[in-house]
Write a protein that binds this ligand. Structure first.
Ligand SMILES: *Cc1c(COP(=O)(O)O)cnc(C)c1O
Length: 451
């Protein structure tokens, strides 16, 4: 079989990030201070972020140069490969062409290192000595630990307690790179103590861990905060995925009819899709952009487009986004990285404006698709990425039924080699689907900020 792997040379590594804020027909409404509910400006973010990242957060410049020091590290694994899944096409007996961009080749095993490196870099050049962050399943914690290690910065990771106990190898990885990993909620912060007082056995959540990390960073002069998804500058850094994929698709001689990515906070989806959204917005290119989320945490498909807190305690800015309510406690599904109550404001705005579609899948069909993919292609997708895999399989089956030679591109955001216990449960028939009950959704949405 020809053209299974489409590579770029090191020289073809992008020199600039793509900023979709330059092209959006409508920008998201501005973020608000969680206490005063006033619009916040760059200065309000200074206690927890370096100016280099704050300026990217608000920039409307289309192309932003990637610093050489950052490109030197990205080069370790970038440009990442684009594959044509010819064996999967055959197994599905589909006329569709299925391409996937593979981000599991990064040392962290996922796309998250694409933003961890520039985030550590901008903090380093502004003299920050220590970063505090949260992690759910551990992917972001690993990526930031590696990046901090490269730049000689200390790193403290508040890890959602249930994952801390269930995923010991993710913790080992963070510790190898020198990070201090703390199960959250902890008694080291006021936020953690407050939660523990009300719920001594709290398993933790991303929203709580964010509160702890933001509080840690706000209280210490030498410490900043870092977030692995959702924010504009994170989506910006991830654009290298789609920029490379566009070059690779051009080499393959096909433009995608549909671009698919899984969606937790929206960053890997933004990475693969925003450079194609540029063509759609500015050149009228016909391309569908599809974000895939779990039915147990259906932010884009069932949430409200509303101002909401980014964290549980209410320390992070209030942003306009699709949300299930900051009080929402997602069930313990196996795609830990897709369990955030909100979504990127940029992506939310694009969904609101009809430029991006959203769909939701149950975890049993997701694991079924992941195993079919693994058997054809040999790679084990992360449970998060498997949402994109299964959506691509469904697209290819639709194409077969419609008799169309559709071109499908999806992002495989990471490998699942540290998620094998979840695969074991699936194979033992012990995984269930948890569609979010209407009642729980209503309860969580009752606590949205009044603005
Ligand atoms: C964290 C993670 C995600 C979800 O985060 P996004 O910001 O939505 O990309 C998806 N896939 C993998 C492998 C992850 O680690």
């Amino acid at each position: 079989m020809r053209d299974v792997k489409i590579l770029l040379t090191e020289k073809e590594l992008p020199t600039h990030w793509y900023n979709i804020q330059a092209d959006m027909p409508n920008l998201p409404d501005p973020p608000l201070n969680p206490v005063t509910k006033q619009i916040i400006g760059p200065d309000d973010l200074k206690p927890i972020f370096p100016m280099g990242l704050i300026m990217q957060e608000v920039s409307q410049e289309r192309w932003i140069e990637i610093p050489d020091e950052v490109r030197d590290i990205l080069r370790i694994w970038r440009p990442s490969p684009l594959y044509r899944a010819r064996r999967l096409e055959k197994a599905l007996d589909t006329p569709a062409r299925i391409y996937y961009k593979y981000e599991g080749v990064s040392p962290a095993g996922s796309h998250k290192l694409n933003t961890a490196v520039p985030q550590a870099y901008y903090n380093k050049v502004e003299g920050v000595k220590r970063l505090a962050t949260e992690t759910g399943a551990g992917q972001w914690g690993i990526a930031l630990s590696q990046a901090c290690n490269f730049f000689g910065i200390e790193c403290t990771v508040y890890m959602v307690k249930v994952s801390f106990n269930q995923k010991p190898y993710r913790r080992s990885l963070m510790e190898i790179f020198g990070s201090n990993v703390i199960p959250s909620p902890s008694n080291l912060t006021e936020s953690g103590r407050k939660i523990l007082e009300e719920h001594p056995d709290s398993p933790g959540s991303l929203g709580v861990a964010i509160s702890e990390a933001v509080e840690d960073a706000a209280k210490r002069e030498d410490t900043n905060y870092a977030l692995g998804s959702v924010l504009n500058h994170v989506c910006l850094h991830q654009s290298v995925i789609g920029l490379e994929a566009k070059e690779q698709m051009a080499k393959a001689g096909h433009y995608p009819d549909v671009v698919i990515g899984c969606c937790g906070g929206g960053s890997n989806f933004a990475g693969i899709a925003f450079p194609f959204a540029h063509d759609k917005i500015t050149k009228g290119q016909k391309v569908r952009l599809v974000a895939v989320e779990p039915i147990s945490c259906p932010t884009l498909t069932r949430g409200l487009y509303h101002y909401d807190y980014g964290d549980v305690v209410g320390l992070a800015p209030i942003v306009m986004m699709y949300t299930l309510g900051a009080a929402f406690m997602p069930p313990g599904i196996h795609a830990g990285g897709l369990r955030y109550h909100g979504d990127s404001p940029l992506l939310s705005r694009l969904v609101k404006d009809g430029l991006v579609e959203a769909t939701a899948l149950g975890q049993t069909s997701v694991f079924q698709g992941a195993i079919q993919f693994a058997k054809s292609e040999g790679l084990i997708p992360a449970p998060e990425s498997a949402h994109a895999v299964q959506a691509a399989i469904q697209e290819a089956i639709d194409a077969r039924e419609a008799g169309e030679a559709r071109t499908i591109l999806f992002n495989m955001s990471g490998h699942g080699l540290l998620d094998l216990p979840s695969y074991d449960l699936y194979m033992a028939g012990k995984l269930e689907d948890y569609p979010l009950p209407e009642e729980d959704l209503k309860n969580a949405l009752e606590r949205l900020p009044k603005v």
